[in-house]
Design a protein around this ligand. Structure first.
Ligand code: MN
Length: 245
């Protein structure tokens, strides 16, 4: 239906998946992990109006790709969507937070300069820092926090800052994830898979059309029929893809 955070370029059989993704999903946002990857993937994935490739630099590889920061910033003017960007403060990556933050600030400043962008953001272990960076760049555009895993207090703060959220099947596998979803505004929610990084219990990646479990949860949380949930999600999608958010 909707996958607003997919790493479709990283599936072993990415090219053969494209026609099915285009057919099954109303919209798929393919986030890239580096600006060079964005340049390559944008060319290869061109030709499907409902599959967009977002320009990004994944915070987990901020140090390895720091030299691409200028390329990243220089491409923002021509990129319709931005992602994956953000910060990772988990034990494995927190030593590079300074480098990560410099990249994020540069991206947000350029997004402001070019009139704002829709951005898919990673915030694991660094929700407050991501929200601080967004607050410092209020005209950067519409922030979609993907796989949000913060506290209830951080969720409230994100909602106050008018952030959006993309929720996937792996996120709702935990009680904490399901409880966070219940605190997200209906009008600010989208679906995602984060595949092929996010996987099913059997280790197989989630495919971009496999988000039905999230829709089922939303029926329960919102006390709505499946058709009503889908119509809410599609109207959210329409709002954000029109730039009207
Ligand atoms: Mn991701």
């Amino acid at each position: 239906m909707i996958d607003f955070h997919s790493h479709l370029d990283l599936y072993p059989n990415a090219l053969s998946l494209l026609p099915r993704v285009a057919q099954e999903n109303r919209f798929t946002l393919v986030v890239s992990t580096s600006p060079k990857a964005w340049q390559a993937t944008s060319k290869v994935f061109a030709g499907y109006a409902n599959i967009k490739v977002a320009l990004g630099l994944h915070p987990e590889i901020a140090v390895a790709k720091a030299a691409e920061k200028h390329l990243l910033v220089s491409l923002i003017a021509q990129a319709e969507y931005i992602g994956e960007i953000g910060l990772d403060g988990s034990p494995r990556f927190k030593s590079s937070l300074t480098v990560q933050r410099a990249i994020l600030d540069a991206v947000l400043a350029e997004c402001e300069r070019v009139g704002g962008r829709v951005m898919s953001l990673h915030s694991r272990g660094a929700v407050d820092q991501v929200l601080d960076a967004l607050a410092a760049h209020p005209m950067a555009g519409t922030a979609v926090l993907h796989w949000f895993s913060g506290t209830n207090r951080q969720l409230s703060r994100a909602v106050e800052q008018d952030a959006w959220f993309s929720v996937g099947p792996s996120m709702i596998a935990s009680e904490k994830g399901r409880q966070l979803v219940a605190g997200m505004p209906k009008s600010r929610l989208l679906l995602e898979t984060d595949g092929p990084f996010a996987t099913k219990p059997n280790g197989e990646p989630w495919f971009p059309w496999e988000t039905a479990s999230v829709t089922t949860l939303l029926c329960d949380v919102w006390k709505l029929q499946r058709e009503e949930v889908c119509s809410q999600l599609l109207s959210n999608l329409e709002l954000i893809t029109r730039g009207g958010a």
